[in-house]
Design a protein. Structure first.
Length: 337
């Protein structure tokens, strides 16, 4: 039986049998009005072949029946820790869940996406073989509202990661810190969704919580900060999904004075990297110039025609080339120092 505790602005449940145990994985499920996808999401967690997990659910006072659904599940599943918190933004609620984790490993289970049964097992097995891994990423499928697979994001040659990393993504490997850092600037990195990431508590302790002032791009800033210290350990298997639908939080991008949320997140990460002596001021100027060229290329009619006749996307090729140039410069500067 689960014990529910309620306070004026916060409530949570304690599962007595497991409250003092330390689960291997803390699965964090923040939610606001995604009831339509919750049964599928919860089932994908219950189906995990690894059972040593806790599920931390924090709901932002949903009014679509989600809270009632969660209560039904928590009454039956002792590994669930259920609570409510006032609505303060998507990443604020991600951070709410992170404050409660007790596991060695952390997985953020966004409420409208899913994971395959072997997801956690594949990640943990990889760590058994590579004990130094702290930040692991895997391939993902994009799915539609009904859960139908649309595409293999990391396996398809038409998406950015393949342009940047090429055949390297076909096997387990460790991706250089700087390569993923620079790739994220131009949106062509292996990281595309938090559903494809398992990270150790060491990463959370080092990087801290997600920024809450970049609207839908807080995870971009977090990943860029994380990969400065923790190389990405890549698993070439599709272990999770990323659902595309009109109301998902990650697609509600906004602009402030013509600057996108993502650009602001990248700018913040670049400033942090400069302050930490990871990159230099002149390098940031060079990156800014490349970003301007990238924006202009989006309006290039010739590029659109080339794409339609089957040629590789020049926009992505440009991005991959810029990343390669920056990585070479990064290692040259590091060696010179």
């Amino acid at each position: 039986m689960t014990l529910f505790l309620q306070f004026p602005n916060f409530s949570f449940s304690l599962p007595p049998p497991l409250f003092f145990s330390m689960p291997k994985v803390s699965i964090c499920l923040p939610n606001l009005n995604n009831c339509a996808y919750l049964e599928e999401r919860l089932q994908s967690i219950y189906d995990q072949t690894v059972t040593d997990w806790e599920l931390i659910i924090i709901d932002n006072y949903s009014d679509d029946g989600a809270w009632e659904l969660f209560q039904e599940h928590a009454a039956k599943e002792p590994r669930i820790r259920l609570s409510q918190a006032p609505k303060a933004g998507m990443y604020a609620n991600w951070n709410n869940t992170l404050k409660l984790v007790r596991g060695e490993w952390i997985y953020i289970a966004t409420s409208d996406d899913t994971m395959y049964p072997e997801c956690l097992e594949e990640f943990l097995n990889y760590h058994t073989r590579n004990s130094e891994a702290r930040l692991m990423m895997c391939g993902i499928h994009t799915i539609d509202q009904k859960g139908n697979v649309l595409d293999n994001w990391h396996g398809s040659k038409k998406y950015p990661p393949r342009y940047t990393y090429g055949e390297r993504l076909g096997a387990e490997c460790v991706l250089p810190n700087s390569m993923e850092f620079y790739s994220q600037i131009f949106a062509c990195g292996v990281y595309q969704s938090i559903t494809g990431v398992l990270f150790h508590r060491d990463v959370l302790d080092s990087v801290g919580p997600f920024a809450t002032d970049f609207s839908s791009a807080g995870d971009t800033a977090w990943i860029m900060n994380a990969v400065r210290s923790f190389p990405v350990h890549w698993i070439p298997k599709n272990l999770a999904t990323w659902r595309l639908h009109g109301n998902q939080g990650s697609r509600q991008s906004k602009k402030i004075v013509g600057i996108s949320d993502r650009d602001r997140a990248v700018a913040s990460s670049l400033k942090g990297a400069e302050d930490a002596n990871y990159i230099s001021g002149p390098e940031i100027v060079s990156i800014g110039k490349m970003q301007s060229e990238n924006r202009a290329s989006r309006l290039n009619i010739l590029m659109k025609i080339m794409c339609k006749i089957g040629m590789r996307n020049p926009k992505f090729l440009n991005r991959a080339g810029w990343v390669e140039e920056l990585v070479k410069n990064h290692y040259k500067t590091t060696c010179d120092e």
